[in-house]
Design a protein around this ligand. Sequence first.
Ligand code: ACM
Length: 623
Amino acid sequence: MPFFLSFKFRLSTLLAAGLLATGPALAQLPEIPAQRLGLVPLPREVKTYAATYALPQKISIYAASADERNVAGLLKELLTALGKTVTLTTSRPAAQITLLTAATPNPEGYQLVVDKAGVRITAASGAGLFYGSQTLVQLLPARAAAPARVPYVRITDEPAFRWRGAMLDVSRHFFPVSFVKKYIDCLATYKLNTFHWHLTDDQGWRIEIKKYPKLTQVSAFRKETLIGAQQLFKTPAEFKFDATPYGGFYTQAEIRDVVAYAQKRYVTIVPEIEMPGHSVAVLAAYPELACKPGPYQTWTQWGVTEDLVCPTEQTFRFFEDVLTEVSALFPGKYIHIGGDEAPKVRWKESAAVQDIMKKEGISDVEKVQGWFNNRIEKFLRSKGKKLIGWDEILEGGIDANATIMSWRGEKAGIEAARHGNDVVMAPSGFLYIDAGQNPTPHSPNEPLMICCYLPLDKIYNYNPLPKELNPEQQKHILGPQANMWTEYITTPEKVEYMLFPRLLAISEVAWTPAAQKNYAEFLPRMSQQFARLDAHNINYRVPEPLGLDSLSMTRQGGKAVFTLRTLVPGAQIHYTLDGLLPDETTERYSKSLAVPLNRHLTVRAVTIAPNGRKSPPTELLVK
Ligand code: ACM
């Protein structure tokens, strides 16, 4: 593998710097293919050898600095869950696992060495030590096993991108603190470092703001919710609602608790406060912020509404007050101000907006949003924060300090990088993970979802660095982000279903350089993660069997022959030819399936994972 070549140079640099304890032990051993380790995301440089270190039942972790002790504490929790007894020590000779801080080329990089002397993780920062410890955990069995044998390895690793993000929309549906923490754990485990928390939208405001108590008394609740997929109704007259009040919010104490939880795992939270659009929930509580007299109500359906805040001085005061409290709660430098999907119908009709345009010399109402954003940008800067917004903020003209989140494809991101703005790539066609996982949209075999088909390989093969940009402009691409919108995702279990196994692909988009990515090699590594997801009670979508398609079909003596396989280790495939849904009581696949041609039989097959959970069926009509 080509990345081994550069390893030699890097290793010698590290050795010269005295960073790696070395001896003849590793070098004299035969190497084995690194692919077998099943690591996700794929590390930059891996050497592994045909020998193992037996991690004893009682383990001491050497940790001295605050970051080392923090990571040692988290590692202790994970090892304890694997049945080990773990203590922290400040005596190096007594330790089986050593955490050491030393300079690395990338602040988030690390080296992990396992040999006869035990485990050593070296990194420049707590984040690097944390990522090294996550790699170590992936080298251990998924569940308690004695003894735990760790393959000898020498891994030198660092991320391709600084921003490795995932968003969770808690407005359309609300998720409790316990689940937000689990979501953060999922990101951190797979080396993502940015959690974008979509806290406000038309359908609910979710963060306590002391100065505006009605945000949590009124805006955090809606009287009911649309039933079913909105886009399948022809007109709003056909909408049906569930007549059930819905809502929730996080207190500031809960927000602080989540922030501390994320910090401990080296995840930065980017809070999003939507303005000026997606703000009807605000108007339900504070109708005086609208251009047009209310009353308003927290929205009960999905989509884009023409009702939004008016860009008046009163509105600026409101958002500046809100952002003051938000800035104090979140230590990260970015605050997301939304900015997407803000129709100007109300602004066009408004005398107040006409006055602003006259006073500011703005001739196009669309540019009023740019003026609004730039005032908010200056305010955030005065608080020591950086503004980030959806790509619409580029349209009204935006300060070069602002960061653009490119969601309507990559075009806006490319333009922004050319202007010198930083960019996060979140194109909906590749990274909107509320999209379906089944080739048939609205398949009866999948839970209800918003639309589309976003296959795993399309996510995996996404490269956040557009070819259209030169290397200097590419430096403005901070990295990729996947977005989980929740109009149709009502429970934590469904978030997990939409998130996995996709997060594993996203993790390589964000961490692994494009030149090292290979989908065919990713799949068997991904397969090795399912047992780990089971151990963490994650409701991943069990992949359907592969091979039931016309391209994989061969013909033999009037029969169509299929060779099926599953991506889930230890899983069984069951099938039917009679139109019924396969389950554990139907025929079990054991050898290639020969189906008579010309009988119009539909073959249906499911994977049944070792935990008993089934994939959606895959099916093919054999003609
Ligand atoms: C968006 O999806 N409206 C940012």
